[in-house]
Design a protein around this ligand. Sequence first.
Ligand SMILES: [Fe+2]
Ligand SMILES: [Fe+2]
Length: 294
Amino acid sequence: MYRIAHITDLHIKSLDLKGYKKQLYNLLDDIKRRDCNHIFITGDMIDNGEEKDYHALIKIFNEYGLMNSDKISVTIGNHEIYGGTQAAEDVFLFPTRCQKTDYNSQVKLFYDFFKPAFEGADINNEENPFPYCKILFDKIAVIGVNSNAHWSKLRNPIGSNGAVYDEQYKKLSKILESHSIKDKIKIVLIHHHFNKISESGSSMVHSLWLYVERRTMKLHNKKRLFKLFKEAKVDLILHGHTHISDSYNRKGSLFVNSSACVIPFTESKLRKYHIIKTPKDKNRLTFDLQLINL
Ligand SMILES: [Fe+2]
Ligand SMILES: [Fe+2]
């Protein structure tokens, strides 16, 4: 049996004032204990888009021997591109910082640091690897998508909204429809969510966050992605971004979110992630999903 953990939204930064590194160690220890063969990570791995954050994260990944393509598959989140507010006073300055962000350079920076995870993958190009396709264990097609929207004063003021633009969408369709992955389990890695966030069980802080979410965390033009995923018979779409861990069916596809694995935005504050299990027989394209409570 292959066991693949899905984790996301680790928000590691060099100055670790909130103890997220300790939570990540605890998470990686749990994954190791459960004999996982691989880890899928769907963005916001670092908090503030800076080189020093990548160094802090990769130092930890190296301790677990994770920095290679057989061990991890990754995609990019809004925090790798735009960073996040680091102090209360930053809130007012943050839209200007997002506006000044060089989007393409940040994507390239992500790729430069995580190049080992792309080895053997069919990437878009060396400047921007997305979308990419990687075959895992000769039975899983992992398709990585960049769902981060460009900055816009009205549509994306703090960089947290999502969009998959035409160029990437066309390439994604081509990958998903290609004959070479027809007999594989198809798993898409993408940062943004596809469900509406329910307010039930949310804390006060979470409610405030939800209010912001409604205005600033939308994935635009989801409709055609739903259609594509269904038509291409994508088996599983893994994402993060909401800091809630759950799984749900929408428009004929199965979505899994493990973004409460380090920093949960739920009242219970329980940290959870998922493990995908599939038989080693490459002709058996079945899998089970397990929700793990830390
Ligand atoms: Fe996040
Ligand atoms: Fe995010």
